[in-house]
Write a protein that binds this ligand. Structure first.
Ligand SMILES: *Cc1c(COP(=O)(O)O)cnc(C)c1O
Length: 422
């Protein structure tokens, strides 16, 4: 559920009309809804009511400081994948004892920074990383709490580029090697083994892959216990999908997801850590763009818009679909034209929608790409020397620019001219 809706035929975010924001900041821009972020955190938290749990929002989905502050105010922890994200979480006021550090390539500098911050724990992804962490922690005279990311080798049945739990993916430690690595970890200086971690992929729309992976984690936990490991938490990762196609692909409700967790793992007495990104942020944001031209050709009707792949790369990178809503509502009976929504970037891969049956869109008309709050602004680039676009956060009847559009001067002056030109 989200809080973008038509009121008197005009698209609103909560109580603020989208044309009002467009007038204030220009297009294109991202617009986020506080009420939607809040609702998603609350629904997930309620689903796990009665079970000891910590929601660690996956910062990489949307790392704007205002978004992180919104999460922190709701009491969530954070899952970070770089020193930069750790710094962002700390800057937003998240206490270190609610921060988990994940990722296959943490450098020693990043480890040292996180150990000095005394974060809740590291999710370790290889033997080499484990040894480096042990060296860094003991060098600092400190201890790093760890979970090892176990790759359960299950098919998450999602897009290949966001599947992470199969044996051919780079993530985690193969199930067959994980026990030995836990035994090794227990004997390393500077390492305190506290948990188990898994994360099998993103945009997962069925419960079965989760059920299979959780069942494997159960077996694994029991084996660790027999071997004398003292495990207190199970980090079940993120990955729950969102409805990108209106009401046509409804993913499992958090209540159903929580039931699978309880059915498979509920009796073990473990604390559950979760790392949701997309299910918190995706439907809490839209990308608003303006039509520049229409270009009907023999084979296609192109609608050329001012947003492009550098602003939202999901369609190009993941074959992702975003529903398009005209900001001024059209009657349901309006004639539809199958069209491609393309940006100004010089790439054939620059499209935000393909073969979408939509009302004929007119130049200067505003349109919204729905469900763009996760993996949208965070993946933007300045390719074609296009400026990073503004991010706006709505809260009830207020809105604030939480990241202004960059300027051409800022962008160009990042480059430096070597001395031999002067
Ligand atoms: C990306 C990622 C997440 C978040 O995934 P979502 O599908 O956005 O919920 C959680 N944990 C890890 C380790 C990740 O890499």
């Amino acid at each position: 559920m989200h809080h973008f809706h038509y009121t008197d035929g005009i698209l609103h975010a909560e109580s603020v009309s989208i044309p009002t924001i467009a007038e204030a900041v220009g297009t294109p821009f991202y617009c986020y809804s506080t009420a939607t972020f809040t609702r998603h955190v609350e629904v997930l938290s309620q689903a796990f009511d009665g079970s000891d749990h910590l929601i660690c929002y996956a910062v990489k989905a949307n790392s704007n400081q205002a978004v992180l502050k919104t999460m922190a105010a709701l009491g969530t922890g954070m899952d970070v994948v770089s020193e930069g994200e750790l710094r962002r979480a700390r800057a937003a006021g998240v206490p270190p004892n609610k921060i988990i550090f994940a990722g296959v390539g943490k450098t020693r500098d990043e480890m040292a920074y996180a150990i000095n911050e005394d974060i809740l724990g590291f999710n370790v992804e290889s033997a080499a990383e484990l040894n480096a962490l042990s060296e860094v922690a003991s060098g600092l005279g400190k201890t790093a709490r760890i979970a090892i990311r176990v790759n359960p080798d299950v098919d998450a049945k999602t897009h290949a580029k966001i599947s992470t739990g199969k044996s051919e993916n780079k993530f985690g430690v193969p199930y067959s090697q994980a026990l030995a690595l836990y035994d090794e970890a227990a004997n390393l200086p500077g390492i305190d083994v506290t948990g188990i971690h898994m994360h099998i992929g993103s945009q997962i729309t069925e419960l079965e892959p989760f059920r299979l992976a959780f069942a494997r984690m159960r077996e694994f936990y029991q084996e660790l216990r027999t071997r004398g490991h003292n495990i207190s938490h199970l980090d079940i990762g993120g990955g729950l999908g969102v409805p990108y196609r209106g009401t046509n692909d409804i993913p499992p409700h958090p209540d159903e997801y929580a039931k699978v967790v309880r059915d498979t793992l509920g009796d073990l007495g473990l604390k559950f850590v979760m790392e949701p990104g997309r299910m918190i942020a995706a439907n809490a944001g839209i990308l608003v763009s303006s039509v520049i031209y229409t270009k009907p050709t023999e084979n296609k009707h192109f609608t050329i818009i001012d947003a492009a792949m550098n602003d939202l790369i999901r369609p190009t990178l993941y074959d992702a679909h975003h529903d398009v809503w005209p900001v001024i509502e059209r009657p349901k009976s309006a004639d539809r034209v199958v069209q491609d929504l393309v940006g100004p970037v010089c790439e054939s891969g620059d499209y935000l929608g393909q073969n979408q049956p939509l009302p004929l869109l007119e130049p200067d008309e505003l349109i919204a790409f729905m469900s763009a709050g996760a993996y949208g602004a965070v993946m933007a680039s300045t390719y074609n020397t296009r400026l990073l676009i503004p991010e706006v956060l709505v809260n009830g009847d207020q809105f604030a620019v939480v990241r202004p559009r960059t300027t051409y001067d800022e962008l160009i002056s990042l480059d430096k001219i070597p001395p031999w030109f002067t």
